[in-house]
Design a protein around this ligand. Structure first.
Ligand code: ZN
Length: 411
């Protein structure tokens, strides 16, 4: 997505603040001799920032505004080592709530809705983000936080909650409990705002079917305000994001070069008006793509596809970048197959080979099916896998898609 004049102006203000504060990124810019940018090409010369840089700034090295202006911190829970601390000014907190209000509005939620917030409250940005946005909208918040399903359902019935904010797994759990207890007629939910993670179409249908609600995917990460920087609309075709607050580019995670709109790659985000901790070209490691063209809903805000996974899941085969979700999409078109599959990559006689194991029942011709799958992968993704069709029940069952990919090249 081409950067606009207005966005360039804002990036320059962020650069100025970062250099002035002598933050880690300000020093990076000084070392690179960059004081301002005036074009897309200039912008693409700016160094990336990474989660590791942010960790090294622990505890308050990211603080870019004067301390008197900082009103709050949030922290992202790192799986390894030090957490990342993000300081917020009052304006940052307010901007975040404005973005979140837009998300609710995009989902058709109004100040007459009653919003039950089940994500956690605390150092991380989840619960409080949902709450501030809802208050900005003027809706009634029921600030439950996670867990205590008994109380959760009681309040949902008594308060007649109309909107559920939740992770997909917790929404599914609640849907199943409601079904089990036979209390569906006492539930008034109309909409679900679900934290964007990669969740399957089957799970989505179960939640939306059992609760009888419309679902909206919300996107965000603690380093960039938190959830609320983008949300899907009623067309359910990608997520609109707020390009007056953030600039998004998609890069090839290997070459680090920007890819064309419509092509899959890593989401890189630049904040445009952040004060407490501005970030320039922050690598999220989330995979998606910019959806070109206008959305039928009429919103002028650009769209990101829903998150397709993490760059860590990416495989490089015969020079082609492949994501498990792409394989999964192809496999879903074959109704003869079960939902289980396994990908094994090996390096044989100087060549990368992908073996793709899929399951079906005994009523189809295994060889013919394997050929059709292999051809479809070739035409869609650009290389020919070795497809092995096996009987249903042969492949190991696991919840995590990551275990479905076994790379034998580096063993
Ligand atoms: Zn739309």
């Amino acid at each position: 997505m081409q950067i606009t004049e207005e966005q360039i102006k804002k990036v320059n203000q962020q650069i100025h603040a970062l250099v002035e504060a002598g933050s880690f990124y300000g020093r990076k810019l000084e070392e690179a001799g960059i004081t301002s940018i005036s074009s897309q090409e200039d912008f693409q010369q700016l160094p990336f920032s990474e989660k590791n840089d942010l960790r090294e700034a622990y505890p308050l090295g990211l603080m870019t505004a004067p301390e008197k202006d900082i009103v709050r911190i949030h922290s992202s829970s790192g799986t390894t080592g030090l957490p990342v601390i993000i300081p917020y000014t009052a304006k940052d907190v307010d901007d975040w709530a404005i973005m979140f209000r837009r998300c609710y509005e995009m989902a058709g939620i109004t100040n007459l809705d009653r919003i039950q917030v089940t994500p956690g409250y605390g150092l991380w940005t989840a619960g409080i983000g949902f709450q501030n946005g809802a208050e900005k909208l003027g809706a009634m918040v029921i600030p439950m936080g996670p867990g205590n399903t008994e109380k959760q359902l009681q309040m949902m019935m008594d308060m007649e909650s109309t909107v559920l904010c939740s992770t997909s797994s917790y929404a599914l759990l609640l849907a199943e409990e409601i079904e089990k207890r036979g209390i569906k007629d006492k539930i008034h939910l109309k909409k679900g705002v679900i934290g964007s993670e990669r969740w399957g179409e089957k799970m989505r249908q179960r939640i939306s079917g059992e609760l009888g609600i419309e679902l909206y995917d919300i996107y965000g990460l603690t380093e960039i305000y938190g959830p609320g920087i983008g949300i899907s609309c009623k067309e359910d075709n990608g997520m609109h994001y707020w390009d007056d607050y953030i600039y998004i580019e998609i890069i090839d995670p290997v070459t680090l070069q920007p890819v064309a709109d419509g092509e899959m790659g890593e989401i890189v985000i630049t904040t445009l008006v952040k004060e407490g901790a501005p970030l320039i070209r922050y690598r999220t490691h989330d995979l998606s793509r910019i959806l070109p063209g206008n959305c039928p809903c009429g919103s002028p805000y650009p769209r990101l596809d829903i998150i397709q996974g993490r760059t860590d899941d990416m495989m490089k085969i015969k020079g082609v970048n492949v994501f498990p979700s792409q394989i999964e999409t192809v496999l879903r078109e074959f109704t003869e197959l079960s939902s289980e599959y396994q990908i094994r990559i090996s390096h044989l006689e100087g060549k990368d080979t992908m073996r793709l194991y899929v399951e079906t029942n005994g009523t189809v011709d295994f060889t013919e099916l394997a050929e059709r799958i292999s051809e479809k992968v070739k035409s869609r993704i650009g290389f020919t896998p070795l497809v092995k069709v096996v009987e249903i029940g042969v492949l190991p069952r696991s919840e995590k898609k990551t275990r479905r990919v076994i790379d034998e090249r580096y063993n």
